[in-house]
Write a protein that binds this ligand. Structure first.
Ligand code: HEM
Length: 494
């Protein structure tokens, strides 16, 4: 320590002034940090308030917008091991009524389970609402192709509609299903969901491009299995996520389709398949670019495989669990065979038309299966309903599953009871049953699907029996999935 006070003072003074300045700057910094923190808190609170109460020229339907950015997405994709409505929708209908607001994957959404409103909206396509897809669907099905929807619809109806089915597809389907079931019956066990994806993809691919991919190193059906798994996943595109795998498979399928198209355009070979018509139409339809054709073939392969394979898998389950239904169904199909002069002669269109109970079984599987929870639309303008306003641009989920499982219209709705279709009120069928949609955009492959399923059931129940050997669990997340597969041992009837 110094004995010189001046020196001491001098040596202390700078120290004091530095600490004082430090002190002041700390105080200033704290004040600034506090002020900025406060400002940030106010901004976040205002932003949260705005997130929870989005702008609307009226009163929004009740509900919650969930957490910033992700909204209530996690609630929707939490799996539930039941055929019942996803708990996300069920609990909110109980709490808020049939029309409520939410936010899914960052988008404001209105969910409606109001039968009359849904019926009305489906007749307003192109006026009050337009088709919309979740982000993954949008990336996979490419929204830009919507403008040529009419062409796609007509093309599908020409190649997969009633006339095509009656004139040429029915016997081809019967052969393909016969061969497939024979092959399955030689295996110890068959996972029927993925095996039916293979059947439906191979069959549709033959109609689309005559099996040009038969020698391809990667199997189309494997790619589609990956793709289906990721479709309703959270749209997080990083390696390891289902969304990433889905987009990767989509890319691989597109590359294969592009190769098919390139080869076909270079060859002079004429084939009577859908691709031939598409290439011909390229001269007259401006929108028919290579990209459009690839997207279209991809989309048709997808829609013709996933929904039909899920319905087939559920048929195995429901029929195995309801022997009385299986007996009635088998009787209907044995009667069809008995009426034929030659039991091995192919199924005819009038055979198909006589399958009354079969079509009720198919309706009941579709009603309970609810392959997708609903139809997606986007409001083209503000829409008023029951004193509420749905703002322009909002997504609307028409929850058809909620109508299919509504106990006031379908008694004991979770029970598999095809007999209920015998005397259902036609207005219930018209307004509350829409597995293929309704109105202008109703599924263009509905009859194809029914014929495929009826033919499949005809061969299955007349020639085979089956028992579950593994798996058999159902999960909705919210699309129906079979986590451990549906593994059945299929045995020829003696
Ligand atoms: C069980 C099988 C199927 C189910 C449950 C199903 C369901 C649906 C639904 C609900 C829609 C309407 C979507 C909406 O309104 O937003 C739709 C549209 C469509 N489906 Fe299917 N589908 C099935 C099979 C097929 C098949 C096999 C094909 C093709 C061969 C197909 C082709 C189409 C097309 C082209 C559309 C768009 C129609 C348009 O916008 O005009 N579907 N499907």
């Amino acid at each position: 320590m110094s004995s010189n006070p001046v020196h001491s003072l001098q040596s202390i003074e700078p120290q004091m002034s530095t600490s004082y300045l430090d002190f002041l700057s700390v105080v200033n910094m704290s004040t600034i940090v506090l002020c900025m923190g406060g400002l940030l808190a106010v901004l976040i609170a205002r932003w949260l308030k705005r997130w929870q109460n989005p702008k609307c020229n009226g009163v929004l339907p009740p509900g919650s917008m969930g957490l910033p950015f992700i909204g209530e997405t996690l609630g929707l994709i939490i799996p539930s091991a039941s055929l019942d409505l996803p708990p996300f929708i069920k609990t909110r209908i109980k709490k808020y009524g049939p029309i409520f607001r939410t936010n899914l994957a960052g988008r404001p959404v209105i969910v409606t389970a109001d039968r009359e409103f849904n019926h009305f909206l489906l007749r307003q396509d192109g006026k009050l609402v337009d088709t919309w897809s979740l982000d993954t669907f949008a990336e996979v099905f490419d929204q830009t192709t919507q403008s040529s929807r009419k062409y796609t619809r007509n093309l599908t109806l020409n190649h997969f509609g009633i006339e095509a089915l009656r004139e040429k597809l029915l016997p081809k389907m019967e052969n393909a299903i016969n061969d497939t079931l024979r092959a399955w019956s030689s295996q110890d066990s068959t996972e029927v969901k993925s095996a039916t994806i293979t059947l439906t993809i191979d069959f549709a691919a033959k109609q689309l491009f005559s099996g040009d991919l038969d020698d391809a190193p990667l199997k189309l059906s494997d790619m589609f299995n990956n793709l289906v798994d990721g479709l309703m996943s959270f749209p997080l595109n990083i390696p390891g996520t289902a969304h990433h795998r889905c987009l990767k498979s989509h890319k691989q399928v597109r590359e294969l389709m592009s190769e098919v198209l390139r080869k076909r355009r270079c060859s002079n070979e004429k084939r009577e398949d859908l691709l031939h018509y598409l290439i011909n139409d390229m001269d007259t339809e401006d929108f028919l670019s290579e990209g459009f054709i690839i997207q279209l073939m991809f989309g048709l392969l997808f829609v013709s495989s996933d929904s039909i394979s899920t319905t087939c898998a559920l048929a195995f389950k429901f029929l195995a669990e309801h022997p009385e239904v299986l007996d009635e169904l088998t009787a209907e199909h044995e009667a069809i065979l008995e009426k034929k002069e030659n039991m091995d002669s192919p199924l005819t269109w009038s055979d198909y038309k006589s399958m009354t109970f079969t079509l009720q079984v198919i309706n009941e599987i579709l009603r309970l299966g609810n392959i997708s929870p609903g139809l997606l639309r986007r409001a083209l303008q503000d829409i008023s309903i029951n004193g509420y306003t749905i703002p322009e641009g909002w997504v609307i989920l028409l929850a058809s599953a909620a109508l299919h499982l509504n106990s006031s219209e379908f008694e004991d709705p979770l029970t598999f009871n095809p007999g209920r279709w015998k005397d259902l009120n036609p207005s219930v069928v018209a307004k509350s049953f829409m597995p293929f949609g309704s109105g202008m955009k109703q599924c263009a492959g509905a009859e194809y699907s029914r014929v495929f399923l009826a033919t499949f059931l005809h061969i299955l129940v007349t020639k085979y029996r089956w028992e579950l050997v593994n798996g058999g669990k159902i999960v909705r997340a919210p699309i129906i999935r079979f986590p451990n597969g549906f593994h059945y041992k299929i045995t020829p009837k003696t």
